[in-house]
Design a protein around this ligand. Structure first.
Ligand code: PFF
Length: 456
């Protein structure tokens, strides 16, 4: 079979839409607000933003560079850059890791994306109207307890992702982000305006931006780093493969800064869509993962008729954000299959999707039938983690960080400086030198430290 030709984004702007689409997801709208709340607000936000600046942007630049300089999907890209070097085989493992981590993430991400579709439809149909005490928590629990529902919604979420990716870069990915990203921003702005007019905006602002320095602990730094990596789609092939579709005339540093800014901005906006109403209605703001799925439906219910509309909009926003992320998680493998000539894109998308679906079933069952099955429980690090827990921990905590660490070493020490210089397009300027120093020393040491703390 002929290997598929490598395509390109229509413009820098479409790349930006797609990359921001990948970065902005459940991590920003579902996870960020509750992690901020659990970690005491302002102090966490401050550390988070610092990590985005010092680690996030340099790593985004590095991953984009690997993709763009080779014009190949992650595994082939790393292989090409190390061809002929002694460490070729070793670095090849990094390529494999970049190929497999997004698939691991996709297995649990698709399940949560499924919840958002269920909630968007449920809100629209009025299933969350007239909630009594305890109803909201009970409804969320019912979803978790139902293998049929979870698998059904997960199947739909994977099906949508496969259908989009199968259509290819231009008619699949680009068309989707061109429609969904503007819709996402409009919905988010409407929700923020509504929340700030009717809710307690001042308290939310103080909560998110007044850092209580006594709250900064090593654990908080770890949480912030994990959240930043996940939110920026680092260490997982998505940014690298999207970078490979960039043409030479586009500035990598500018794109990296654009993605980081937009992603952080949306995370903060999500906080301003949620906290003002949560504070105004006096419900618990530190409700953990249930903040969005248990607490918000109560608030929307208390708003009366209009709440149903805003509720539906909110979960639609989450579902859109999820889709523009899931497509970027499927793309690395599909590109690898089609550009290495193994399968045509459509088949590659279907086969990969089917594999994700199969593993996803075990993730979905981890909240009910297989809840108390701890496959690696005999290893202290995995104690108390069921199947979903193990996959999530390995993909999102261990390998994403490890990939980030290795990629910094790879770009900083292994790739020829002439390649880096040319790709960055900054000349031998101060900015280039700062970036180079960050990827050579600061990022690897910082991530190694975080990694050590997570794993040891
Ligand atoms: N950045 C996405 C989010 O915040 O929800 C999640 C994600 C997408 C992680 C793509 C990794 C990735 F490659």
């Amino acid at each position: 079979m002929q290997p598929a030709k490598h395509e390109h984004w229509s413009s820098g702007f479409t790349f930006l839409l797609a990359a921001v689409g990948s970065a902005v997801g459940l991590g920003n709208i579902w996870r960020f607000p509750y992690v901020v709340a659990e970690n005491g607000g302002g102090a966490f936000v401050l550390i988070y933003l610092a990590i985005v600046l010092v680690f996030g942007i340099p790593l985004l630049m590095s991953e984009l560079m690997i993709g763009r300089s080779t014009q190949k999907p992650p595994l082939m890209a790393v292989q090409q850059l190390t061809k002929g070097s002694k460490a070729q085989r070793l670095w090849g493992l990094l390529g494999w890791s970049y190929l497999l981590v997004p698939l691991g993430i996709l297995t649990f991400y698709s399940v949560v994306a499924g919840w958002t579709i269920d909630y968007a439809i449920g809100m629209g149909l009025g299933s969350f109207n007239d909630l009594q005490d305890g109803d909201s928590a009970r409804m969320f629990q019912e979803l978790q307890d139902s293998p049929v529902k979870l698998i059904f919604w997960m199947t739909l979420s994977i099906g949508i992702t496969v259908a989009i990716v199968a259509r290819g870069l231009k008619s699949g990915l680009e068309t989707t982000v061109k429609i969904l990203m503007p819709a996402l921003f409009v919905i988010l702005i409407i929700l923020v305006l509504y929340a700030s007019i009717t809710g307690d905006f001042a308290r939310s602002f103080a909560f998110m931006f007044t850092p209580d320095f006594s709250k900064i602990t090593p654990e908080l730094v770890l949480m912030a780093a994990g959240q930043a990596f996940f939110s920026l789609s680092l260490g997982s092939g998505a940014i690298m493969v999207y970078g490979s579709y960039l043409t030479r005339d586009i500035s990598i540093p500018k794109m990296a800064v654009g993605v980081a800014l937009a992603d952080s901005f949306v995370a903060l906006l999500a906080g301003f869509a949620i906290f003002p109403i949560v504070f105004a209605f006096g419900v618990d703001h530190a409700a953990g993962p249930g903040l969005v799925f248990v607490t918000l439906p109560i608030v929307f219910n208390d708003m009366g008729g209009i709440g149903q509309i805003f509720g539906m909009l909110f979960f639609l926003l989450l579902a859109f954000a999820a889709v523009t992320s899931t497509i970027s998680l499927l793309e690395p493998m599909v590109a690898q299959f089609s550009e290495s000539g193994k399968f045509k894109r459509v088949r590659a998308a279907i086969y990969t999707g089917a594999g994700i679906w199969f593993v996803g079933i075990f993730v979905a069952l981890s909240s009910n039938i297989l809840k108390d099955v701890y496959p690696l429980g005999f290893i202290p690090l995995f104690e108390g983690k069921n199947i979903a827990g193990v996959i999530e921990f390995l993909a999102a905590n261990v390998f994403m960080l490890l990939n980030g660490l290795l990629v910094a070493l790879f770009v900083g020490w292994s790739i020829k400086r002439s390649v880096t210089l040319e790709e960055m397009g900054l000349g031998d300027s101060v900015i280039f030198k700062i970036w180079f120093m960050l990827v050579r020393f600061v990022v690897p040491l910082g991530v190694a430290f975080i990694f050590y703390d997570v794993v040891m």
